[in-house]
Design a protein around this ligand. Structure first.
Ligand code: UD1
Length: 381
């Protein structure tokens, strides 16, 4: 049973579904959508583009506080797990749907596979960090995207027999769709010169929920936008906050183009032809790394340090003034060299399917004791 719920889940699950349903050796798969994201632009549009079949089960949970949303998801997922009796629950990423599914499966005695395991920002003020830590603590199979993820899991006491460094399924999707992305030419469609504009995304509660902070970002974007055209596909939460504070009109007056959330191919096409990206997203740090586009991350920490080590990502922090300076630095300096992290090669989902088809998986199925036995014990004094 594969569980998705929010926008960043879809591009991660699509290649997994394809690998699991490989006609040569298919798994019997059920795709469950919690309904955490429900707008067409945040959910439905991705299924068609990513070639992923519609969910078998749509739980329609929708918005709510973290407790209310996660609780409703758990109650609904518990019934589905009881009815379908899956042998394995596969979750991706770090959203509330990921956490809810991992908790329900673990309590029902069903092994959990967590794809994108081990990432840590070491900042528990981020709801995603709590989701990552708990999901990894409950998972049987931990599939890591990068070496840092492996090191974090080892430090938390996860045995090496559970950890699999397989690469990045999000990059599987990007690699597979790159020809379509290149053909899409969104910049031209929007009247933007390739290499001559910036893309902005902001949606972390810490950046957009408080009006003073949001306004500081708007001021910074106005300044940056006076020298570099900016396109800002706004997440619904950000669009609502901008409208509530009357800041949407101010951005529009300054020439910053606030647009609806874009479908996958359109968004990546826009990023691929941009001069730079300003973002607080996790996944975009990875996508810009592979595309070689300078990424200025508007956060104090990143759970994806490899994107800073080898890639094009730079942690700018949450001071708008620092972002303005960082943009000036990118625009005035030469393009920095970059590399793509190991195993970010478009084949991560295949590797995961191979592991799950392999001997360990059989052992877990036939010997439930192996579930607890494989976890490393407490450290010896
Ligand atoms: C969630 C994830 C975040 C991820 C982001 C990507 C968690 C804790 N957070 O944050 O890690 O980066 O998705 O988009 O799971 N809304 C709509 N329509 C939608 C979806 C959301 O209007 O289709 C609005 C609702 O008012 C909702 C708000 O956005 O209350 C926030 O949605 P929610 O799912 O709680 O969290 P995100 O901010 O989207």
């Amino acid at each position: 049973m594969c569980v998705v719920g929010a926008r960043p889940n879809f591009m991660k699950m699509a290649p997994l579904m394809a690998a699991f349903r490989d006609p040569a050796e298919p798994f019997e798969c059920t795709l469950v959508h919690t309904g955490q994201h429900y707008d067409v632009a945040m959910s439905d549009v991705f299924f068609g583009q990513l070639g992923m079949q519609a969910p078998d089960i749509q739980l329609g949970i929708g918005p709510g506080s973290h407790g209310a949303q996660t609780g409703r998801m758990m109650a609904a997922l518990e019934a589905v797990v009881a009815e379908r009796q899956p042998d394995l629950v596969v979750v991706v990423g770090d959203v509330n749907s990921t956490l809810a599914a991992a908790l329900v499966a673990a309590k029902a005695g069903v092994p959990v596979a967590h794809v994108e395991a081990g990432l840590r920002s070491f900042d528990r003020r981020m709801p995603e960090e709590i989701n990552r830590v708990v999901t990894d603590a409950l998972a049987t199979f931990l599939f890591a995207t990068e070496e840092d993820g492996v090191a974090n899991l080892r430090r938390e006491g996860v045995g090496d027999d559970r950890i699999f460094l397989v690469g990045n399924v999000m990059i599987d999707t990007l690699t597979a769709l790159l020809p379509r992305i290149r053909d899409r030419a969104m910049a031209a469609e929007m009247g933007l010169a390739p290499g001559g504009y910036g893309v902005v995304t902001l949606h972390r509660p810490s950046n957009v929920d408080e009006t003073a902070m949001l306004e500081a970002w708007v001021v910074a974007l106005e300044r940056i936008g006076s020298g570099l055209p900016l396109v800002f596909p706004a997440h619904p939460r950000t669009a609502a906050r901008l409208a509530d504070a009357g800041l949407d009109r101010r951005l529009a007056a300054s020439g910053v183009r606030v647009v609806e959330p874009l479908p996958y191919v359109e968004f990546i096409s826009l990023v691929a032809d941009s001069r730079l990206v300003l973002t607080d997203s996790g996944g975009i740090q990875e996508e810009t790394t592979v595309l070689g586009i300078p990424c200025l991350t508007l956060r104090d920490s990143t759970e994806r340090p490899v994107t800073v080590m080898v890639g094009t990502n730079r942690l700018v922090g949450v001071e708008p003034e620092a972002a303005v300076e960082a943009v000036e630095g990118v625009l005035s300096g030469p393009r920095a060299p970059y590399a793509v992290p190991p195993l970010w090669d478009g084949k991560a989902a295949e590797r995961i399917a191979r592991v799950l088809r392999g001997a360990r998986w059989q052992a877990y199925l036939t010997d439930p004791a192996a579930l607890s036995g494989a976890r490393a014990g407490p450290p010896e004094n």
